[in-house]
Write a protein that binds this ligand. Structure first.
Ligand SMILES: [Zn+2]
Length: 280
């Protein structure tokens, strides 16, 4: 490999943040937290090990993903409940907030809606930070375990990857076939998963999740949401996924309704202000 004479100078140029967040609209976390304090659980859904559960959350309500029984990571998909073509946009969420998300950060929707779908109001793993390997929890860098990549790398037919679990859950929820539902499944928020990129080779890695029973991640629903959560076949993702080898546990999802009048001044975010003409 040959290098230009000024290779080190070029490498030494400092980085510039692609999307400075100074102008990003800030959620009123104090208002959300006060509303959460007075909120009551209206429903609980269970994602069984190596399966997914679907749920709906009205705008202005909360949903809380809870670890129960044992360490387990979850793969979350979100759609606008009234128009599933608007769905969670992992890539742009990553561009705005970084590789992992925590309290005060938001899950953004696909174009052309492009607005906050949900805001994280509480994260019991926020103490974890970024560890010595550069890894952290709740990533928007992975995609979801899926039977296609599994088949490519290992052969075989495995039907309980998160991709398939989410596909079945969406199909059941909407009364579709799995062929109809599958194109709506998208890159996930990896709830409780501990991941990063290796420093030497830049490869995506996972390690045993620090999640323990009692840990929880709570979201404020900015728009009417349809969600699906898969209890990943990787369990705590300490060794492998896309198989029945790992110990797996359920995840629970609570839906919480705030008290009447608790969200005074809050409005569901409008769709993007871009006019959509693309210069034509
Ligand atoms: Zn998975």
């Amino acid at each position: 490999m040959t290098q230009p004479a000024d290779a080190e100078d070029r490498r030494a140029i400092p980085p510039v943040i692609c999307y400075p967040t100074a102008t990003l609209p800030r959620p009123d976390l104090a208002l959300y937290r006060a509303a959460l304090d007075g909120a009551e659980v209206t429903e609980t859904h269970v994602a069984a090990p190596r399966e997914a559960a679907s749920f709906t959350v009205p705008a202005g309500h909360f949903f809380r993903i809870r670890s129960v029984e044992g360490p387990q990571v979850g793969d979350l998909n979100l759609w606008n409940a009234n128009d599933i073509s608007e769905r969670f946009y992992s890539g742009k969420t990553r561009a705005l907030h970084g590789t992992h998300v925590t309290t005060g950060e938001r899950l953004w929707s696909s174009f052309p809606g492009f607005r906050p779908m949900a805001t994280i109001v509480e994260d019991s793993l926020d103490w974890y930070g970024i560890d010595a390997y550069g890894s952290s929890v709740h990533d928007v860098i992975g995609t979801r375990c899926d039977p296609y990549t599994h088949n490519l790398l290992s052969g075989g037919q495995y039907h309980h990857c998160c991709h398939s679990n989410l596909t079945r859950a969406l199909a059941q929820h909407l009364g579709m076939t799995t062929a109809e539902a599958e194109p709506h499944v998208h890159d996930v928020l990896n709830v409780f998963m501990c991941t990063g990129f290796t420093r030497d080779t830049g490869q995506y890695f996972m390690k045993a999740s620090p999640v323990r029973p009692g840990d929880q991640l709570t979201f404020f629903s900015e728009i009417d949401l349809l969600g699906a959560l898969s209890a990943c076949p990787g369990g705590d993702c300490s060794a492998e996924h896309s198989s029945d080898a790992a110990r797996c546990y359920p995840l629970e999802i609570d839906i919480l309704a705030p008290a009447e009048g608790a969200l005074q001044g809050w409005e569901s975010p409008a769709r993007s202000g871009y006019d959509g003409s693309h210069g034509m």
